[in-house]
Design a protein around this ligand. Structure first.
Ligand code: IMP
Length: 195
């Protein structure tokens, strides 16, 4: 079986990718490089900076992913700052901010940008979005990050109430991973055989 490296320190992201890739003959291997996440205006720029950093240190095909939660009532906050804000105030801080705002607007969107890189090829980007609402309180034990406060459209549960397969059906990452998987399925890549 061929190996493909997912550069991430996040076990939750990794197990979601592992589940999705189980349908292909590709073994996803986690590699935690601890690459710097620059403060940029877009997830795409953060991901591309990560690619630049890793490609100088690692010569095998890999992908990495940058994600964020964009909340309408907070003008898209925490967005590209999602990791830092989660570290500082977590889900409860976000709910408090929304309470203080006193708005009934609960709409939000999770976005995921995957950047895939192999030697001698420009990076390929795959984008996934999941629209939904922010719950009134945290619910559920599964997943990670903001999962307990996000209910996807057409869903009745938060991501944290779902098993990985179910979250993958609704999630931003499930969608960007689908595109990455289609890319591998549709592409005739001789050099991929040597992974
Ligand atoms: P990053 O992509 O690792 O920079 O993640 C940004 C922030 O959003 C982190 O705090 C993550 O925990 C959070 N996050 C990213 N993806 C998800 C998700 O699928 N569910 C919940 N939180 C997420």
């Amino acid at each position: 079986m061929r190996s493909l490296y997912f550069i991430t320190g996040n076990k939750g992201k990794f197990s979601e990718a592992k589940k999705k890739f189980s349908e292909l003959n590709i073994d996803i291997v986690q590699k935690d490089f601890g690459y710097p996440e620059i403060q940029a205006d877009s997830l795409k720029d953060v991901a591309l900076y990560g690619v630049e950093y890793i490609q100088e240190r690692f010569d095998k095909p890999f992908f990495l992913e940058d994600a964020g939660l964009f909340i309408d009532a907070l003008n898209g906050f925490p967005g590209v700052y999602s990791a830092y804000i989660f570290y500082k105030i977590s889900c409860s801080g976000i709910l408090k901010l929304m309470d203080e705002l006193g708005s009934n607007r609960r709409k939000a969107c999770f976005r995921s940008v995957i950047a895939y890189k192999e030697p001698d090829r420009e990076p390929d980007l795959f984008i996934g979005e999941s629209y939904g609402v922010i719950s009134k309180k945290p619910i559920g034990e599964n997943g990670f990050g903001y999962d307990p406060i996000f209910i996807p459209e057409k869903g009745t549960k938060t991501f944290a109430q779902m098993e990985t397969n179910e979250k993958n059906q609704f999630s931003h990452r499930g969608k960007s991973l689908n595109k990455l998987i289609d890319f591998f399925k549709n592409r005739e890549i001789e050099n991929f055989k040597n992974l």
